[in-house]
Design a protein around this ligand. Structure first.
Ligand code: IMP
Ligand code: MG
Length: 334
């Protein structure tokens, strides 16, 4: 048996995938948690036993002793990887024998990082060497993890692992989001990897293994990078302050806006979403303002319930039942 549940961000990253991954790792019985794309440009904020952790490479399974795999769709910075292991161990999370890197995962080199810090300013990258590392991968001049002696103890052959004959139940955790996807995002203001459900399959998984696809969104949108995103208005600054909208990787302030329904619908369809979590409902509740953009117009709501009913109705027309829509107001639960 080979089953894959996918977690995919439907907006521009930072929607709370880490929280959903942590929650599902705890409540469902997975044999593996797999990070399927991206590098240490990602930052997943996770509250575990009341403590805050920020991970960049290592998937959330590690908090529960589940085999945590950095997949072939990712690029890996070994320095950051070892720093993160130290950080987790220091925080009381046992990592020994639980963390793996696919043999064919590509490496982010020092030169990649130096280049990204210099040249990434134009689109506002995280400066973590992500773009240059993927360029070298596709230019066929890259370095794979199997070539780095220090990584030897962590290497994994994904073919042998997935097709061993034992039951394998994978939670595939994406990085970044649909709006930053190399193909479907707002190019060139995108990242260099495949952030969609399809990206999970690139890690040696068959389409037939996919069971549930958990789409994760925020009840408003945020974007961090150099394009202009936030409109004028005090309400957006309130969202940023109350939502603590500062990047977990770079500390940059995220720009905020109301949710766009058409962007959401596109992401739901293209990713085959079956379950959906809207995070940070508490932020708009505190501000006491609710709105979305629909077909180019701003639609305002008087109450939280009115907004949720509107969203649920739209999702229903895309085949997602009410029972599979979660509005979350907690940092630790969905
Ligand atoms: P890069 O992925 O570092 O090349 O950056 C490309 C764009 O993606 C920039 O706008 C970054 O701010 C954005 N980005 C990259 N990773 C993340 C993430 O994990 N969350 C949110 N935005 C991200
Ligand atoms: Mg993040």
């Amino acid at each position: 048996m080979l089953i894959t549940d996918v977690i995919v961000d439907l907006q521009y990253g930072d929607c709370g995938k880490g929280k959903v991954a942590h929650f599902l790792s705890k409540t469902k019985k997975y044999t593996h948690v797999l990070r399927y794309n991206g590098g240490c440009n990602a930052g997943h904020t996770i509250f575990h036993k009341g403590k805050k952790f920020v991970t960049h490479h290592i998937p959330a399974g590690v908090f529960f002793g589940v085999r945590s795999v950095i997949g072939s769709g990712c690029v890996l910075d070994p320095d950051q990887f070892f720093r993160e292991i130290k950080m987790l161990e220091g925080g009381g999370v046992a990592t020994r024998g639980k963390i793996f890197i696919a043999n064919n995962t590509h490496i982010i080199t020092q030169a990649n990082k130096d280049e990204d810090k210099k040249k990434g300013g134009k689109i506002g990258t995280t400066g973590r060497g992500n773009g240059p590392a993927y360029r070298e991968k596709y230019g066929r001049t890259g370095v794979r993890a199997e070539k780095i002696p220090a990584l030897k103890p962590y290497l994994m052959d994904l073919y042998r692992e997935w097709y061993s004959g034992k039951d394998v139940k994978i939670l595939a955790e994406g990085a970044q989001g649909f709006g930053l996807d190399i193909d479907w995002g707002d190019y060139p203001f995108v990242t260099s990897s495949h952030c969609t459900t399809a990206g999970a399959l690139l890690n040696g998984l068959p389409p037939s293994s996919i069971r549930d696809v958990w789409g994760v969104a925020k009840i408003y949108e945020t974007y961090v990078g150099s394009k202009k995103f936030q409109p004028k208005g005090k309400v957006f600054d309130q969202m940023a302050e109350l939502g603590e909208e500062y990047g977990s990787t770079t500390g940059r302030r995220r720009q905020c806006n109301w949710m766009n329904i058409q962007t959401l619908e596109r992401a739901v369809r293209m990713n085959g979403v079956t379950h959906i979590v809207f995070n940070k409902v508490d932020v708009l509740r505190t501000i006491q303002k609710w709105a979305v953009y629909d077909n180019g117009k701003k639609v305002e709501f008087k109450t939280e319930k009115a907004m949720q009913d509107f969203i649920v109705k739209r999702l229903k027309s895309l085949g997602i039942a009410r029972a599979r829509v979660y509005f979350s107001e907690s940092k630790e639960r969905i």
